[in-house]
Each structure stands twice: as C-alpha cells, then as structure tokens.
Write a protein that binds this ligand. Sequence first.
Ligand code: AMP
Length: 221
Amino acid sequence: MVQRHDGRRIVVLVGPQGSGKGTQAEMLTEHLGVPVIATGELCRQEIAKKTLIGEQIASYVHQGKLVPDDIIQALLEQRLRQPDAARGCIFDGYPRTLEQARTLDTFAPPDIVIAIELSDRVAVERISGRVVCAACGAVYHHQNRPAQNHAVCDRCGGELIQRRDDQEEQALRKRLAIYREQVEPLAQYYSEQKVWQVIDGSPSIHLVHEAILGAITATAE
Ligand code: AMP
C-alpha cells in the first residue's frame, strides 16, 4: 500500500517532448508554491559542470537515450534535500519508467499524475521551433511563445539557443518512441492507483493550464 499525504504536495507531469510539459510545470510552481524538479534539467546542469558523472550523462542524453536509474536517483536525492522541496514538488520528466515509478513511491508517492496528451506529428512540429535560454533555461517557441527579441531571453537577457538534441531529428524521433513505449505501463500503474489524469495538450498554453488546475483542485477536495 502506497503511503500518501505526509503533508507534501507531490505532482507528476508526464508528456511527450513538445507537449508543453516544462511550461506547464513553471506555471504550476507559482500556483502550488513548490519547486519544479526536472530530471532533464538536472542532467544538463551536471553536464555543464563537466564532472566525470556529467560526461557519462552526456553520452546518453546526446544520443536521446535514458540515463541509467542509479545516476538519476543520485541527482534526485541531492535535489530533494534542498529546503525548498520540503513541502513537495512538481516532477517534470520523472518517472519515465515503471521501475522509476516504483522507486518514486518509496520516497515521494504522487498525489496526482497528469499526462499531457499530444500526437507525434504535432510534437515534432512544435519542437522544431523551440529555443531555450542558455543561462536560465526558459523555453520559447518562435510561433507559439516568441521572445520579445528573438535572440535574447525576456527573463534574464541570456542567449537563446536550440538544444543540441532537439536539432537532431533522429534523436527526437527516438525520444518520442521511447516515450510512447514507456508511458503505457505508467498509465496502467497510476490508473490502478487512481491518480492518473489525462489532459489534452493541443489547445493553447493557457487552456491547458486551466485544465491542469481543474484536475489538481478536484484531487485536493
Ligand atoms: P528532457 O529535458 O526531460 O527531455 O530530458 C532530456 C534527457 O535527459 C533525456 O533524453 C534523457 O537522456 C535524460 N533524462 C531526463 N529525465 C530522465 C529520467 N527520468 N530517466 C532517465 N533519463 C532521463
């Protein structure tokens, strides 16, 4: 039996690349007052530090492959020890596998798992226009969410770049295929726990946000 309600609010966001998951997580963090913990971001931070472990991580990330669970677990434990995560967090990009979902239940069982649904065609279309801030990680899209000055971040003035793995269509297709394969067991696992909620990711950012808030509010009642 999974032990929930230890006073922390644990939300998991699941969705293919391009579903707006990262943007929705950022919007939710303000609403819930808990941080976003994005394992992809933790990986990129470790790569940027140029540590030995960072080099290992890079070899997986740059091929669009999942980083081994023990490495992800170590990064997560380190992050969860930060005081801002004491009241809970929003996981973005974790868990991605059944194994990771089972592990998560041992230290932070989710109150709700929100699956943002999007077709591969729309995902690829969206991602090809996506850029991120090299300094703060803010995400923009030249059509759907443009920066005021297309080369510069609105938030911190950092340089906007295309993430290396996004530029490589082959890696992207591989990531989408991995996602489809791995989301299925997660859907089953979390449906059985009655915490799985599907949200259509194709409408505007604002409408998707409203739908997510509605699902979270219903769960908290
Ligand atoms: P993302 O920013 O979520 O698209 O993640 C970028 C990359 O980081 C992925 O393609 C994986 O190589 C790695 N990664 C992120 N989260 C996980 C995870 N939960 N398990 C394994 N690898 C991950």
